[in-house]
Design a protein. Sequence first.
Lengths: 343, 302
Amino acid sequence: MSAAAPLPEGAAQAALRSERFRIEREADWRRLETILAEMEKGRLRRISDADLMALPALYRTAASSLAVAREISLEEAMLDYLEGLVQRAWFQVYGPRSGAVAWFRNFLRTGWPGAVRAMWLDLCIALAMMVVGAVSGWLLVARNSDWYHALVPQQFAETRVPGASRDVLAQSLGTADGAGGLTAFAGILFTNNARVAILAFALGFVFGLPSAMLLIHNMAVLGAMLWLFSEAGLGFEFAAWLSVHGTTELLAILLAGAAGIHIGRSMAFPGSRSVLESARESGRRAAVVMVGVVLMMMAAALLEAFARQLLGTGGRLALGTIMLAAWIGYFGWAGRARGATPR
Amino acid sequence: MTAPASPFGPSHDDRRARQIVTPEGVALPFRVASRTARIAALLLDYAIILAASLASTFLAAILAANVLGIGQGPTGNWAGEFLFAGWLVLLFAVWNGYFIVFEMGPRGATPGKRANGLRVAAHDGGRLSPEAVIARNLLRQVEIFLPLVLLAGASSGQGGAAGLAAFVWFACIAAIPLLNRDALRAGDFVAGTWVVEAPRTRLPDSLTGPPASTVHSPGFGFTAAQLEVYGEKELVTLERVLRSGDARTLEAVRRAIARKLEMGAEAAGKDDRAFLEAYYTQLRARLEGGMRLGRRKRDKHG
């Protein structure tokens, strides 16, 4: 690059060969350093096009300078400087490829559904856990209604306890007058549910067992409440009440639990890879799913707060079924045609 | 490929030294972040998050009270609700998204990490993918929040024996960074990342160019025998001394070298810096010449 340019001043008088080497190449290093400083501050616009195009070449020049300098020079400060320069350039050149927006678009189109499809086995396991949980919740409370109080926390139950009359239960399923207070309700629901989902995922690190336990426990609560309402003959209404947001929210919890189990299973049974490698691969896939889970929780919170309180039983059931079909269609088929494999 | 056996950079007994080979075949030395630096960065980050949460709460309260007219009829109530919901979502985003957004940026570090000179990198030397950043940060729930909640429960006696056992178990998870060499926490395992010291670069002026000292001294010449005395390790030490520029150290070193070379009478009364710079230049020329021929002298003992 600087072969045709005249040697900088002082090169000829340099006492040492390594000194001459440094003087000749210092301009390129300084140029690389300025570009890197701007990139690190995120000010990409300040860098000229010529500089940006030159970055990979400058990086390789610096890397080769470092290799040569190690062989011919004993100046510690220059070697430290070159090492730091090459490290910083390496971080930028081999940094993340696309920006956040492009990544998100790719995520919605192929990344998320692909990742979900890749963990089909864990989805089945999580689904089994959830069914087991719901059934055991139902059976426990059917045998002995005292279990209801043990399973369902007080703030959930409110008036919905064994022994409440049919009218009280029916009222708790009713619609709200107007939409007052619902936005705040939605906000609270979202943050709480998203936190539970993230916990279900994070617990997967301990070989997936706590995730499974969390799933079972949550579904047991559901099973208990289902028993309560069906005893009063309101089972159908309760299912409709739940399904508006429940299809989305339960699906999200299923995905979160499956993501946790996915990590746990890959750490417990790494196959031919090392545990670390296995955890790494499954962790990244699970993280993709978790981003989607948070989005689903947002949707579920909105549905729960607004749609549920404003629609009647028929409307709730219809909306719930539509949402379920939409999600299944999305996860089952989106991104397939492009033939993209999940990373 | 070119893994150096030099006296520079992390030495063999630096337990935090690691190496990554770039695709160009150059071995880059890295230093794994120390645990204290990481804890300091974490505390600073949470302080920032807390300050931001309090500030936004305060702001929301002021807005609610003055601007939006909360409590003054239905419109006010609507606005108040949206504000409340928006505030909740904002808090959630800040507490969970702060780390993710910063670590995906060009510096690969949150402000807390940057203040401590650290950054996140991929463990295998490849690209740091966004998924990895998300994965390593979502696990903080298990490593930090859950143990804290359980600690509160256990110390107040509410959870009973089960609560205490759960706390102990989660404390073990939180203690994982203390149990492995690379100071990886649970999130790092799952994401395939590690935290390293960020490179700092500053190229000081050359020591062998025109002399920095303004005092004119006659040039010093040293015989081959006098230059044979020291090796690369002493050269590096001499360079550090010269760059530090401390007058008393310069004098002490000059005296030691002059004594060893048996030049006491000639060197006394002359400028310390000029003497040391001259010796440095000639010693370096000699050692580099030997290096090119494959003859390396590590230190004065051979």
